[in-house]
Write a protein that binds this ligand. Structure first.
Ligand code: G4P
Length: 550
């Protein structure tokens, strides 16, 4: 076996040893080991949509680049279901793409690309085993990338780095590596090394073998780039001093030990780095290969008690996203479930852990962008779309035969608050229905209090775009014109009933109930107000909520 084959074997076999599990379904372990479930994290405009298309193109999932996302007049499949998205050119919804590449099955979970709208992204990261951190070669680490990277680190998600847009002027590769190391304390370990600086890209040197791959653009840039493989001496003769510079840089990397290391990658300490350009499809196939070789296969997921659910145990799945009215023609509600263990078969009757009720799966679908196909079978790592899943909420567990409940998906600390009112008093019933629906989907958090009443709940958001989505969906899907009045709070803390008397009546402070789970949240105008309350009432419970920027 070659060293690389051994590595692939290790990556695939790491899931767990094939111990006999009572009730284990044959084939599940082998199928799970073929899965690579990942998301791309990046700052808007780094090229996530372009890379998604390029990956799917290389993996032959679609025939023409541009069939996945709907930006700039490209044929939209995934994300053009909402007019607002189209107008703004941003992706607000998530989709899951599944495609085969050689002997593996890749599940790419799409994350919203807008800097403001991050709560949904965090939920998607609960459902992946690996992330691709996409950097613009001219910009390096940007704010949204840093925020998302923090979530990956806290969840111990291994990160592969792809430096994009190498076809146009950018920064020095060593400088970019240095930035990664210094700013996020992640040890970069290049898998390939670019010959020629960004903007004058000649090709990639494979660090393992020294082989050189040159790229030629295909006309229009929409197809796979033409790859030409050269031995080191041929490449040196062709590219002269530029090639020598790359070789010198490689020697430096060897000297400092910046070599791909599976163990530290999986521990979240190092990151394999690739260079390329998604638009002309340079280095995209190499990224697929890196995912195949290095990304972890699904592993046992810990349940709420901390016990791992073996991959080959009977079916279990985590709802990580719920989306209503994705398809205007059907006005249905889809719950996206990540398979955690066992084999999913359409028609199975599962148990909904939160209620103990049976859940029929007759309408299981695979979502390829907005194209839907009936899905008959799925394995750990795959995503199943369950249609008309009215009872399901993000964070819920579904299982077959052996009960399990996964820990709830943490809800993030809202930083923006607004009262929402229905502008048309005749539509109050629809207004309440719409608000309740968007709350269960997790589009927005809904807070209320006796004082404010039912007519004017408070909406709480991690990013202000969530408000726009809420108002737009109330209007479009429920025919309800709604009005927002922004409130001057910026901080939320979890509190309890015993603390309410001390908080009541304080200026710049309000206690509200989160409808979805009944949690009591204390809202503060700013951190000074919070600090003074903490000082004056040290016995009051004011617990930090999980937050991106809290
Ligand atoms: P996003 O989803 O991360 O927000 O980014 P998106 O893929 O939409 O890419 C943002 C812009 O960067 C697009 O240009 C896209 O064509 C360009 N881009 C992406 N990858 C590369 C690359 O490897 N090289 C170069 N040169 N450009 C790249 P745009 O002009 O904003 O949009 P469009 O009209 O091209 O769609």
């Amino acid at each position: 076996m070659t060293e690389r084959e051994t590595r692939i074997g290790e990556a695939a076999g790491r899931a767990e040893l094939p111990t006999a599990h009572p009730g284990a379904v044959p084939d599940v372990l082998a199928q799970a080991r073929r899965r690579r479930t990942f998301a791309v994290i990046s700052h808007p405009d780094a090229g996530k949509s372009t890379l998604t298309e390029a990956l799917a193109l290389h993996a032959s999932a679609i025939t023409e680049a541009g069939a996945v996302h709907g930006k700039s007049g490209r044929r939209g499949v995934t994300s053009d279901w909402m007019e607002m998205e189209r107008d703004r050119g941003i992706s607000v919804t998530s989709a899951a793409l599944r495609f085969g590449y050689r002997d593996v099955v890749l599940n790419l979970l799409d994350t919203p690309g807008h800097a403001d709208f991050s709560e949904d992204t965090y939920r998607v990261l609960e459902a992946v085993d690996c992330a691709v951190m996409l950097l613009d070669s001219a910009k390096g680490l940007e704010p949204q990338t840093l925020k998302l990277f923090d979530v990956c680190r806290s969840r111990r998600i291994p990160v592969i780095t792809f430096v994009n847009k190498w076809d146009r002027p950018g920064r020095e590769p060593l400088e970019l590596l240095d930035e990664i190391e210094q700013r996020i304390r992640l040890r970069p370990t290049p898998v390939v090394w670019p010959v020629g600086v960004a903007g004058d890209f000649r090709g990639l040197i494979e660090r393992d073998t020294g082989e050189f791959t040159a790229f030629t653009r295909t006309p229009g840039g929409t197809g796979r780039a033409i790859e030409e493989h050269l031995a080191a001496d041929e490449a040196a003769a062709r590219h002269g001093a530029i090639y020598e510079t790359a070789v010198e840089e490689l020697a430096l990397l060897d000297e400092i030990g910046a070599t791909v290391d599976l163990k530290s990658f999986l521990a979240g300490e190092s990151s394999p780095v690739l260079f390329g350009a998604a638009l002309p499809n340079f280095g995209v196939r190499r990224l697929l290969e890196a995912l195949r070789e290095l990304a972890p296969a699904p592993e046992p997921r810990q349940d709420a008690e901390g016990a791992p659910r073996p991959v080959q145990a009977p079916f279990s799945g985590l709802v990580f996203k719920v989306q209503a009215n994705m398809n205007q023609a059907h006005r249905d509600r889809v719950a996206f479930v990540r398979v955690c263990s066992g084999r999913f078969e359409r028609g199975m009757v599962l148990t909904h852990a939160a209620t103990g009720r049976p859940f029929a799966t007759k309408y299981a679908q695979a979502m390829f962008g907005q194209d839907r196909q009936t899905l008959d079978v799925a394995y750990p790592g795959d995503v199943v779309g369950l249609v008309n899943a009215t009872a399901l909420r993000p964070g819920d567990t579904l299982y077959e035969s052996e009960p399990v409940r996964f820990p709830p998906i943490p809800s993030f600390a809202p930083e923006h608050f607004a009262v929402v009112r229905c502008k048309d008093s005749a539509k109050h019933k629809q207004f309440r229905k719409g608000i309740a629906q968007l709350d269960t989907e997790g589009v927005i958090q809904v807070l209320s209090s006796d004082l404010r009443g039912d007519q004017a709940p408070v909406l709480a958001a991690v990013g202000p775009l969530q408000f726009d989505v809420t108002v737009s969906r109330l209007e479009r899907e429920y025919g309800v014109p709604a009005q927002l009045d922004h409130l001057g709070y910026t901080i939320a803390r979890r509190t309890d009933a015993d603390s309410v008397p001390a908080l009541a009546g304080q200026s710049g402070v309000e206690v509200l109930t989160r409808r979805i789970d009944g949690a009591l949240l204390a809202l503060f105008a700013d951190k000074w107000r919070l600090a003074s309350v903490q000082r004056d009432h040290p016995g009051v419970r004011l617990e930090t909520l999980l937050a991106g920027a809290d």
